[in-house]
Design a protein around this ligand. Structure first.
Ligand code: BDR
Ligand code: CA
Length: 312
């Protein structure tokens, strides 16, 4: 089997942690570095979460690089109401023994320029690090084999605002730079990720009984999200947003992808971070934005069974 070298760019975050676990449990991927970014939680907290998780999983061989501590232009927004103050729900991670290896943006620029066409980036937080790498060294993202991004809502409603998904809302200017970068981009929006759900019964009946350090972590980490949904009068579930972006690298055949002309709103009061899709039947030069591959459907059952098999 050919192993794909990947860099995970993340704002850990409960589903980010699940994405890291999926990547580390998948023989198709070789995680050569984890980059952190301000998003679900402030940068310091997220970096510590990445390090603590690697410690818990006994994978401190993987270097962690700290990136941007704020978005390019807008004020930071966090998602602690979903992920908990620590970002890890009720899970308590061990103190990391590992040092931060360096700066995430430098690492991205250096690695992509050393190994052009080789590296897959899986970005599951706001796209600030990727955009800074592109700004500092134009053409950087085009050197990636593929850039897989969890973000945006195409037809689906948003989750931060009626029209905007969190990662694009948290740094719309960065998302716009990545969309316009000319990189081999695959966007995995809420339209696909809302199809992949970890139910309370999956957690109680398939995960908790395993009684391993990793399974206990998943049980504890997901409690906040379940409680939040109960409080909102909704069925308690955990969306596997970020794990699906990893799934796109491991098992792309599970996704149905459409090439859409998209751009990102960077200035609207009500629409900041919205993905604007140009579906007009005009010849391409007259359409707005860029043609980007967007995952719009997933074989959810097959993905969930792959996910549950791989994370433990
Ligand atoms: C995205 O927002 C974050 O809260 C999650 O970690 C995921 O990356 C979903 O909109
Ligand atoms: Ca995330």
């Amino acid at each position: 089997m050919n192993t794909q070298p990947v860099i995970l760019d993340t704002d850990p975050g409960v589903d980010d942690a699940l994405a890291i676990m999926l990547a580390l449990g998948s023989p198709e991927l070789d995680v050569i570095g984890i980059c952190t970014v301000s998003g679900n939680v402030p940068l310091k907290t997220g970096t510590r979460n990445a390090q603590g998780l690697l410690q818990l999983l006994e994978r401190t061989d993987i270097p962690v690089f700290a990136g941007a501590d704020q978005p390019l232009k807008r004020d930071p927004v966090f998602a602690t109401e979903v992920h908990g103050e620590s970002g890890m729900g009720q899970a308590v991670l061990p103190e990391p023994s590992q040092e931060v290896k360096g700066d995430a943006v430098d690492f991205l620029i250096q690695t992509l320029s050393d190994q052009p066409g080789e590296i897959t980036i899986i970005a599951v937080g706001p796209l600030t690090n990727l955009a800074l790498a592109e700004q500092r060294q134009p053409g950087t993202l085009q050197k990636a084999r593929q850039v897989i991004v969890m973000g945006g809502a195409i037809v689906e409603t948003g989750n931060s605002t009626p029209v905007a998904e969190f990662n694009f809302y948290a740094d719309p200017h960065a998302a716009q730079i990545v969309v316009h970068s000319g990189a081999a981009l695959l966007v995995v929006p809420l339209d696909a990720t809302r199809q992949v759900i970890l139910s309370e019964s999956n957690i109680e009946n398939q995960i908790a009984p395993l009684q391993t350090v990793a399974s206990q972590f998943v049980v504890d980490a997901t409690q906040n999200v379940l409680a939040l949904y109960r409080q909102l009068g909704r069925e308690p579930i955990v969306y596997l947003h970020d794990p699906l972006a990893v799934g796109a690298a491991i098992a792309p055949e599970l996704l149905r992808v459409e090439t859409l002309y998209i751009d990102i709103e960077t200035s609207g009061d009500l629409t900041l971070g919205q993905v604007v899709t140009d579906r007009r039947s005009l010849p391409p030069p007259h359409r707005l934005g860029k043609p980007v591959d967007c995952a719009i459907h997933v074989n959810a059952e097959a993905f969930l069974s792959l996910f549950l098999k791989r994370i433990f």
